[in-house]
Every structure is written in C-alpha cells, then in structure tokens.
Design a protein around this ligand. Structure first.
Ligand SMILES: *[C@@H]1O[C@H](CO)[C@@H](O)[C@H](O)[C@H]1NC(C)=O
Ligand SMILES: *[C@@H]1O[C@H](CO)[C@@H](O)[C@H](O)[C@H]1NC(C)=O
Ligand SMILES: *[C@@H]1O[C@H](CO)[C@@H](O)[C@H](O)[C@H]1NC(C)=O
Ligand SMILES: *[C@@H]1O[C@H](CO)[C@@H](O)[C@H](O)[C@H]1NC(C)=O
Ligand SMILES: *[C@@H]1O[C@H](CO)[C@@H](O)[C@H](O)[C@H]1NC(C)=O
Ligand SMILES: *[C@@H]1O[C@H](CO)[C@@H](O)[C@H](O)[C@H]1NC(C)=O
Length: 479
C-alpha cells in the first residue's frame, strides 16, 4: 500500500512535470502578420523548462515589408544543450550555456530564419518572443551622375528602406567611420527592389569588398536601433572601369588615419566623405617610394568629369590643406599610401608663421551644383622678415554673369600692394607682391583652383639672373 501510493505520487509528479513542459508546436503563417507578438513555447513570457532529449526547429518567415525581431532568452545548463539560429543570409549563431541570457535576431522580410533547440539536460529553460514589425514603403530615388557622390548615412536608413535605381548595375562601398563602437550587423543590401529581391546580403559581409548588383536597382535598410556614424556610398558600377576597387571612409573631427594598399598594377579609388560638416582637411600624407607610385586628389567620385585637386607627387604644397566640400576622392596606384584627414580646421589655418604653400579651391570647383558661391578668406603672415605672396590662377571658370575673383595683397598697415580682378575664364595668371595679408574673394558662381605661396623675399633675391650676374662678377674679380 505504502509502495503503491509512492508510485502513484511519482506518476503524478511526472505528469505535473510534463504539464510545465511543451511540445514542438510550429508557428502558423496567419500569426506572422505585422503587429503580432508571439511568445514561444506555450505562450509563455518567461523561460519554460525544456524536456530532455528535445530537438525542435521553429521556422520564422515574415511576409512582405514586415520584419521579425526574435528575442531568445535561455537558461541552458547542459554542455551539449544548444540553440542554433540560422538566417536566410547563411549566418548561423549558436547559443550555449555561457552565452548571454538574452539575444536578439532580426529576420528580413520574406526570408526564413530557423531556431533549432536541442536539449539533453532536464534543468535547461528557454523562451522566445517574436515581434512582427512593418516597414514603410521604400523611398525611391535615382542615382545622380557627374560630380555628385551618392551617399547615405546609415542612421538615415534605420527602419526606412531606400531604393535607388540607375541605368546599369550599382556598386556599394561601406565608408566606415572611426567610431570603434559602430555596429551595422542588421543592415541589409538588396539586389533589386524590396518585394522582388534577386539576393539579400548583410552589410557586415562587405567591409573589405564592394557589393555589386546584377540589376539596376539596389535597396538598403537597417532593422535595429544601434547607432552608426558610417555611410554607404553608391556608384554606377561603370565608374569602376579601370579601377581595382573602390574604398570609402567617413571622416569626422578626430584626425583619421587612412591606409591604402595598392599592389603593383593596382589602381584604387578612395572616396572620403565628411560627417555633418561641409569640409575636409588633409593633415598628413605618406606615399610609397616606388617609381611608378601615383596619387592624386580629385573632385567627386572618380569619374572622367573629376577635376584634379592636388597631384601629390608633383605639386608643391604644405599641409594642412583645406577642401571646402563634403567629399572628394584620392586615387592611389602601385604603392601604399597613408593620409590623415579630419573635417575640423585648426584655428590657426589662416595664420602663417613661415614659408608655406597650398591651394585655394572654391566649393563650385568641386561641383557646379554647389550653392555657396561667395568666398572671402584672408591669410595672415605675422613674422618679422619680409615675405612675398604669390598666387597662380591654375584655373578659373565663371558660371554666371556676376561672377568675379579678386586677389588682394596688403602690407602690414593694410595698404594694398596688389589687386587683381578676374572676370573672365582663364588659366595661368600670376599675382605676386610683398605683403602680410593675402585676401581672396569670389562672387557669383566661380569655380577656381588657385595655388598660393608665401616665401622669403631674400631667398627669391637669389634668382637665376642674379646668380649669373654674381658669377660673372666673380669671374671678373678672379681675373
Ligand atoms: C501551457 O501553459 C498553460 C498555462 O499558460 C498550462 O496550463 C499548460 O499546462 C501548459 N501546457 C503545456 C503543454 O506545457
Ligand atoms: C496567449 O496569451 C494571450 C494573453 O496572455 C492570450 O490572449 C492568447 O489567447 C494566448 N494564446 C494562446 C495560443 O494560448
Ligand atoms: C536535431 O535535429 C536537426 C535537424 O532538425 C539535426 O540536424 C540534428 O542532428 C538533431 N540533433 C540531434 C541531437 O538529434
Ligand atoms: C564588385 O566589383 C568590384 C570591382 O570590380 C570587385 O573588386 C569586387 O570584388 C566585387 N564584389 C564582389 C562581392 O564580388
Ligand atoms: C595621424 O593619425 C593618427 C591616428 O589617428 C595619429 O595617431 C597621428 O598622430 C596622426 N599624425 C599626424 C601627423 O597628424
Ligand atoms: C572680406 O574679409 C575681410 C577680412 O576679414 C574684411 O575686411 C572685408 O570686409 C570682407 N569683405 C566683404 C565684402 O565682406
């Protein structure tokens, strides 16, 4: 009797135990609609004990323009207990007893993610909540041509899909910011439009190579809320003709070291994008010693419309150098190169201590669509020694009738020592005068690239005719 009641108790407790567990009930399609929240297993919002020797695969497939957010909570205790999450982009994550207790996964619309729960230990528990969240209809845009660089900040496409179309395939380049905490695990690149994708990839898999579409449309979207400062650059794939690859960098106020490795025979296009501020500053450059090493800075994305900003091998310039535009490109061929770039300008940029040279560009030189046409900048030399400013107009073109370029040089008492007014397109004018201030003004729609320098007057005294005269004198004396 006593034994029987004990056995009965055992059966009862097993029954009770069983009632707290669950079976492998699948998610039905009609529950996978926007707004629905599913608690699995058994509608429980807290972890539920998993039966031992349990092996169940749940399938999650949200419909068009709806994504799923899966929050898996686990209390796994056995060494072999595992929850395997596999998504439609061939990404597999294994959750084991030492994994975080809560992990979140995102399922892209119309793709399948499976959650496979394998349990052997009878003290393990598991629960997941699946939120089905709708996305707005993608914003439609057309890829711009010419000197326009097409780029979008990752933060602008969080839960806001964007579709871009062009007249041919499109190449995407991730321009990573310098924020080490930047994450973009749940950004997706879609070849085609959202409803009829040819392929769906995760952006994280394209940090070192470009993503190329086969169709003329690309769609992009981020599903989570993680903050990112990086940008995504889009080019018509035809712009890559002749290049080994394109790389991209997002630059902010911290000085950023950019390293480019171009093997012999390689030509790499590097697109630099400024975060928030409409300017970039080059602080340092280091180029390989190879004879066939080439590197130039050019406007826009690298295209046949690009204008040369600086030829790093042959031009005479000092750094820092300001680029008054939110983007430009650098081409590196046959060598390694390093650049330090920021988008903040030091307070003493326009103060000159000693000999210095560089370029003055107008925003319109970068892109005829630039709107800030007016410029008024003044370089100030504070030194004791007499020095001479020299300005070469490498190229100036005027886009409107009221356009004008003025070059003024003043002495230390603000008395004009030179004034040049240019109102017609030209190349090659040189303005040169002793002075302490160099003032350059541009009006209307002026696209200009000026090369300026400040040099010791005494050293320029030793110019060639003078040296010849001097040596003639020496010969006379020695005779
Ligand atoms: C499911 O949960 C309910 C309470 O919400 C419980 O009564 C039931 O026994 C559970 N079923 C199984 C099979 O675990
Ligand atoms: C799950 O729980 C919710 C609220 O707790 C209830 O409305 C719903 O009917 C339950 N679903 C199932 C399948 O038991
Ligand atoms: C569990 O099921 C999956 C397929 O659904 C299978 O690949 C795996 O081997 C199974 N695991 C065990 C321990 O039986
Ligand atoms: C996309 O095209 C570029 C340039 O041709 C190439 O370097 C890159 O490897 C391609 N990307 C992939 C993923 O194949
Ligand atoms: C270049 O950038 C690196 C890293 O941001 C920094 O450590 C270094 O000091 C910079 N060099 C110059 C000359 O600005
Ligand atoms: C241009 O800048 C100079 C120096 O800062 C200033 O004296 C001058 O008034 C400015 N010109 C105009 C038209 O604003």
């Amino acid at each position: 009797m006593r034994i029987v009641s004990y056995a009965f108790l055992l059966i009862l407790s097993n029954l009770f135990r069983f009632s707290l567990q669950f079976t492998c009930t699948q998610i039905s399609d009609r529950d996978e609609t926007s707004g629905s929240v599913l608690n699995i297993p058994n509608n429980s919002s807290t972890p539920v004990p998993i039966p031992s020797n349990f092996n169940c695969t749940y399938t999650i497939k949200p419909p068009k323009l709806v994504f799923a957010q899966i929050t898996v909570t686990n209390v796994l205790s056995g060494a072999n207990d595992v929850i395997i999450v596999s998504d439609g982009q061939q990404k597999t994550s294994e959750i084991r007893k030492n994994s975080p207790n809560k992990m979140i996964f995102y399922v892209f619309p119309q793709t399948t993610t499976t959650v496979n729960v394998q349990n052997f230990d009878d003290s393990s528990k598991f629960q997941m909540t699946i939120d089905f969240i709708s996305l707005p209809k993608p914003e439609q845009r057309t890829l711009q041509k010419g000197q326009n660089l097409n780029y979008v900040t990752l933060s602008s496409i969080q839960k806001k899909p964007l579709s871009l179309s062009s007249d041919g395939p499109i190449t995407l380049t991730l321009a990573l910011s310098s924020y080490l905490s930047d994450v973009f695990d749940n950004y997706f690149l879609i070849d085609g439009d959202m409803d009829n994708p040819k392929s769906i990839k995760r952006l994280v898999d394209f940090q070192l190579s470009n993503f190329n579409t086969s169709s003329n449309i690309v769609s992009i979207v981020g599903l989570d809320e993680a903050v990112s400062h990086s940008t995504l650059i889009l080019n018509p794939s035809s712009q890559l003709n002749g290049f080994s690859k394109f790389r991209g960098f997002t630059v902010d106020e911290t000085n950023r070291k950019i390293e480019v490795k171009a093997e012999n025979g390689e030509k790499i296009g590097v697109m630099i994008v400024s975060n928030n501020i409409q300017q970039l500053v080059l602080n340092r450059i280091e180029l390989g010693e190879e004879n066939n090493c080439k590197s130039v800075a050019i406007t826009g994305p690298p295209t046949s419309d690009s204008m040369t900003l600086i030829d790093f091998k042959s031009d005479d310039y000092s750094l820092p150098q300001l680029f008054p535009y939110p983007y430009f490109s650098i081409i590196v061929e046959n060598c390694d190169a390093q650049f330090n770039i920021t988008n903040s300008i030091s307070s003493d940029y326009y103060n000159i201590e000693s000999d210095r040279s560089g370029f003055i560009f107008s925003p319109i030189y970068f892109n005829s669509e630039a709107t800030n046409g007016y410029m008024n900048i003044t370089f100030t030399y504070n030194g004791e020694e007499r020095r001479r400013f020299s300005v070469d107009v490498d190229r100036v073109t005027f886009g409107s009738i009221n356009s004008e370029l003025d070059i003024n040089i003043y002495d230390s008492d603000w008395k004009k020592t030179l004034s040049t007014v240019i109102t017609g397109n030209q190349e090659g004018t040189r303005s040169r005068a002793l002075g302490s201030y160099l003032n350059v003004q541009m009006y209307g729609s002026t696209a200009a690239r000026l090369h300026w320098s400040l040099s010791s007057y005494s050293s320029s005294f030793f110019n060639l005719p003078f040296i010849i005269m001097l040596s003639a004198l020496m010969i006379m004396i020695s005779n």
